[in-house]
Design a protein. Structure first.
Length: 94
């Protein structure tokens, strides 16, 4: 029997590898700037609980939300994705 794993993961509340990786990178970038979740949420204009869900891979932010997060970190969305890509490449080669 064929099972659509993406739908099953969503139904069960399991994070996808992409959302988990994105969230871990957002957390690392936030912490690198010395920001708490509360401070970061105030900069973004998002609820702290939403950012917690993003960082834990439990929420899938829109492109607009990703841009807001990048700007709150003093980055463009392209710079943010570049930093995430280089961090992922470094962890793979390590």
């Amino acid at each position: 029997m064929y099972v659509n794993h993406l739908k099953l993961e969503t139904f069960l509340g399991v994070s996808s590898p992409l959302s988990l990786s994105f969230g871990q990178n957002i957390r690392a970038l936030r912490k690198a700037q010395g920001l708490t979740q509360v401070e970061f949420s105030e900069r973004c204009g998002f609820y702290q609980t939403y950012l917690s869900r993003v960082e834990n891979g439990q929420a899938n932010p829109t492109l607009n939300a990703m841009e807001v997060m990048a700007n709150a970190l003093g980055l463009t969305v392209f710079e943010m994705f570049y930093l995430m890509e280089t961090a992922m490449e470094a962890s793979v080669s390590a």
